[in-house]
Design a protein around this ligand. Structure first.
Ligand SMILES: [Mn+2]
Length: 424
């Protein structure tokens, strides 16, 4: 289904006077609002194909109605999100769950929906039907060369699919590691993984980036072969200039200072990919900003500061993506909430008075430094987010529109109740 521009117009007309009232209040306080709105309009967050269906846990999955069952339907869902918030203009595909049967048709659909193809993702964390070698004891780290080669070949195949679609990056997340002490020789596991990554790296087109994602634990519970940003950075540095670290917010041990990690990775010119989500305990895949919105703002504050220090383009020089899929919400409503939280944190980071913060830091004025950040964080930026959507032909209130227009009901009528979006 597609959203009609007339229904969007009538929604926006209904809410316009209230919106303009709020915006003028904001404008009286912050005069450079238009330059911030321009940056918000340019900023796009990719949606992963696996976030469009209900996720699950190892205990169960409770699918909702009207979920997408094909790559085309997943793209249509991202198209719906993008039509409403104008900030979800890219999709990230997972191979083999999303192998296109007709590249030209998929590219045409993407163009019609105003979507780009973000990073492509390989999968060596589960066995696929007919696969010769099992990944039970790892993939790129595996003690058997034949198993490693199978995983390398898969990653190279993923690159080929991405090239056909116009993607320009490969995300490698490995489940490799060990569950018990003594199971693995850490050094050999690292060397095998590095040699395997080198072969994949050699197959990257010249304009491509490789994102090496790390994760502290799960599915392995004793060691992960790419377990933290230090290990990821080791691989990225050894691989070469096209290899970078990817930070996924949920992949850290509790209380990790993620804002410091992104600051230092940016300084080293080795941060290129970013996965948003939120968590209470670990890799919980919760809605962005639902648990720790202040930390999200602090992370964005370092991202903006670090990118500006290097003259980077906020919208294009890092790969921004949501990586979440949980059990209890309508996935599209959840993604609208997540994108809103990301845009809010970005807007807050753009509003930080950098000169004043720098002065406070130079004078060891700890109270003033904290006040600058707190003051910014408590600024209500919702009206400038809405204005950015209005100027780019989106909806003033996307979630409200989604419910009032009964979009899930329409999708359910069209698709039924038994579709499954992921290969889990
Ligand atoms: Mn991730």
């Amino acid at each position: 289904m597609q959203i009609s521009s007339s229904s969007l117009s009538s929604h926006n007309d209904k809410h316009l006077s209230r919106h303009l009232q709020r915006l003028s209040f904001f404008r009286s306080d912050i005069p450079h609002i238009d330059s911030i709105i321009d940056k918000l309009i340019a900023f796009q967050v990719a949606i992963p194909s696996w976030a469009l269906g209900t996720g699950g846990t190892r205990f169960g999955r409770f699918p909702g109605p009207g979920e997408p069952g094909s790559l085309e339907q997943k793209m249509e869902d991202v198209g719906l999100l993008h039509a409403l918030n104008r900030s979800s203009g890219a999709i990230s595909l997972h191979i083999p769950w999303d192998i296109p049967s007709d590249y030209a048709a998929i590219k045409k659909l993407a163009a019609d929906l105003d979507l780009k193809f973000d990073a492509v993702n390989s999968n060596t964390f589960q066995n696929q039907p007919g696969q010769t070698h099992s990944y039970k004891f790892g993939s790129l780290q595996h003690v058997s060369k034949a198993t490693r080669q199978q995983a390398i070949d898969h990653n190279i195949e993923v690159i080929r699919h991405g090239v056909e679609l116009g993607s320009e990056s490969l995300t490698v997340w490995l489940a490799d590691g060990s569950c018990f002490p003594g199971q693995l020789n850490f050094r050999k596991a690292f060397q095998n993984t590095l040699e395997s990554l080198e072969q994949i790296y050699a197959a990257l087109p010249s304009n491509w980036k490789m994102f090496v994602e790390y994760k502290a634990f799960e599915p392995n519970f004793y060691s992960m072969t790419v377990g933290d940003w230090g290990q990821s950075l080791l691989y990225a540095n050894k691989l070469g200039p096209k290899a970078y670290t990817l930070v996924d917010l949920g992949h850290h041990l509790p209380n990790a200072n993620i804002e410091q990690i992104v600051s230092l990775l940016l300084m080293e010119e080795k941060l290129a990919g970013f996965h948003f989500n939120d968590s209470k305990y670990g890799d919980d895949d919760l809605t962005v900003g639902s648990i720790k919105p202040y930390q999200l703002f602090l992370i964005f504050n370092e991202l903006v500061e670090g990118m500006d220090a290097r003259g980077m383009n906020h919208a294009t020089d890092l790969g921004w993506m949501i990586d979440a899929s949980h059990n209890v919400k309508d996935p599209l409503e959840d993604l609208l909430q997540s994108v809103e939280a990301i845009m809010m944190a970005y807007a807050h980071a753009l509003l930080v008075d950098r000169a004043a913060l720098n002065e406070a830091q130079e004078n060891n004025d700890v109270v003033r430094a904290q006040e600058i950040l707190k003051e910014t964080f408590h600024t209500d930026v919702r009206s400038i987010l809405a204005e950015a959507r209005l100027r780019s032909r989106g909806a003033l209130h996307p979630l409200q529109f989604f419910r009032e227009e009964k979009i899930r009901e329409a999708l359910t009528k069209e698709r039924g109740t038994k579709n499954i979006a992921t290969g889990l």
